[in-house]
Design a protein around this ligand. Sequence first.
Ligand SMILES: Cc1ncc(C[n+]2csc(CCOP(=O)(O)OP(=O)(O)O)c2C)c(N)n1
Ligand SMILES: [Mg+2]
Length: 809
Amino acid sequence: MNGQSLATRQPSEARRLELLHAIERKLLWLSAWMIHHANHVRPNRDGLKVGGHQASCASCVSILTALYFDALRPADRVAVKPHAGPVFHAINHLLGRQTRERLATLRAFGGIQPYPSRVKDGAEVDISTGSVGLGVALASFGSLVQDYVRLKKLAPEGLPAGRHVAIVGDAELDEGNIYEALLEGWKHDIRDVWWVVDYNRQSLDSVVPDRLFGRIEGLFRDMGWNVVTLKYGKRLQAAFARPGGEALRRWIDDCPNSLYSALTFQGGAAWRRALLAELGREAGVRAILDPLSDDELAALMNNLGGHDIETLMEAFREADALGDQPTCFIAYTIKGMGLPFAGHKDNHAGLMTKEQVTGFRASLGIREGREWEMFEGIGIPEAEMRAFLDSVPFARPLTPHGRTLSAPKIHVPARLPVPAAAPGRKTSTQAAFGEILAEIGRGQGEFAELAARIVTTSPDVTVSTNLGPWVNRRGIFDRHLKNDVFRDAKLASAQRWGMSPEGQHVELGIAEQNLFLVLTALGLADRLYGARLLPIGTVYDPFVNRGLDALIYGCYMDARFLLVSTPSGLTLAPEGGQHQSVNTPLIGIAQDRLAAYEPAFADELAVLLRHALWAMQAGGQEEGQKGGQEGGGCSHWLRLSTRGLAQPDRTLDEAGCIAGGYWVTPPAEGARIAIAYQGPVAPEAFAAFETLRAEEPGAGLLAVTSPDRLHAGWMASRRAARRGPCAAPSHIERLLAPLAPGAGLVTILDGHPAALDWFGAVRGQRVEALGVDRFGQGGDIPALYEAYGLDEAAILDACARVLVEAWKR
Ligand SMILES: Cc1ncc(C[n+]2csc(CCOP(=O)(O)OP(=O)(O)O)c2C)c(N)n1
Ligand SMILES: [Mg+2]
């Protein structure tokens, strides 16, 4: 002892490796045991396989050890491939950030999720993963957002910049969104990203084709990435350096992935047979192979770069020395490494048998009954290991409050600046959106702070969704200053698009998944980078579908953003069926943590836009509520239109508008009929209503601004009623209450009729639901509304039908 205390003394490099190997073995055990425990030890009530991915975990244990216990720093943000979730939680356990008790709850109700989840697993998860490819891309866009925040000096003082690291399953690279992100990342000169590919050459079903990675490697290089291939570990490299070693290397290089996997599974004797059959006569090869036992030979052949901590650490340190250069590591691994099914092509969801787990446990020196114990069987004195774990750089707290940061809310003035419309001038919700945002963009008075925190983004539809005037005022974000060539040359253009770090619009290429991933990263800026942004993304409504999984992913992460989708429905008329959205109102109803609205008039839009900017910042909801209920915050979605409508001169029922609907003309008590309309079909509903009223003077006209909010409120009140008496009626129940029990409702929207036809279930009233349930086509609005039954005549027909029914009752 040299007098230094254990806690401050740095272990020698050799001892450090021993400690890391002990951690690696512990993580392999704990991840396998967590899954085994969930499947075979915990009581199973329904007979369903619980599942888990022991082989996927084993594949990346060494990579994660080298990252978390050596390379990572506290400010780094990590996306761990979904199926390595148990390793991630075991790591947190070793770092004192996860309890032993919780490790035993993997896949149980209320317990650790199968795949790392920010919302459900808590603060240690930086980036959720599950839908393969998305977490990887988010790592890149997180880097973009970190730059955005730091270049504008919005980040808390003293908070260091982090690197974004994704641990990527090799099959994730089949997902197209990866390449979309790679291209977009190149355009934005994204820095400080590492993607570490766990290249086990296996996906779920099979062994991935040889040669593919040569192509993929080239793609990364073309995008300006540094590519580091970690094929062989130190022991194999040493063998290659001996006489005959070159022949051995060549053989391995030429070995098809599937044969390598099969030999790995079969073990040492099979390796020897195969190697001797082909290389037995090569000088020197026998001298390498013969002294090794079967087990030693298998260990040598399995010594791939991705399983060699030393190789991994070296590679990470070298890349670190390159600074912020984006780097892709292709780490060769074996799926199931160290477990009985290592290399078997069917091992993805394979689980060790009880006997195999018992044997594995014994081989690690772990006694029965001590399976969860951190220091059991590690072969290192506990105090030394504790001291080492305490010294891990990543274990230093990022802030006194942990890894999840926060940022104060941005004041949203009570009213947004709505440009005065000339009397009688028609306007659309899309045009009004562009005008309001441009007004905010002036950044005057109480709008200065709001204007500074809004950040817009759009996948090549900035101009056609009316963001142009805002962008002219606030500029385009770029890490580098780039002039607007047209402006410099004094060429006339409506768009003045200078690019600079001050810019507040992130212009994207046409890839809607990127839009939602960028919105997600922007919408987490408060929690990841300590600066609150108010992201607004615009896209054509039908193409929400193109990015839908990324939108769902963003909501699952509880990222907070405003989606503005426009134009929508048949109402965009001449553009035809592929541009005319039908299903989006249903998505709005079904998507949790996303409050979806469709205003018809500019005054509604102004109220809803203001509400969205405020509610995006509100705290989380209670567990069990749908996103955005009862004061809880969530992301928002406005579905807009290009149809110009004459604007009503009125005092708007703002609360009703936000709650999802209000009576334009309230029904008389006991009325037999009402018309409920949503969005730009308002004029048809108004016209039909005037005709109807001549016969049914008590009829009501209901403006629906959000079937989603109405439905969510109704569901919440049903849940409350199940819990006990005195549940307050929901907004839709209160709205429909004045109508006679047997009254008829005619609902109409430019979207799927099922978005509103559930109104009939609220109080048992009969509904005639008008809407679109087939592909649209080119045409003008009168032709399309007639053909698809959205015109005045169709509404009146529907009224007649429900009235006949109402008479019968
Ligand atoms: C978008 C999506 N499609 C399909 C799946 C189902 N799935 C889960 S893992 C997997 C294959 C994963 O292979 P790889 O990424 O190579 O992971 P590893 O071999 O490390 O387990 C598939 C198809 C998924 N999770 N997400
Ligand atoms: Mg794989």
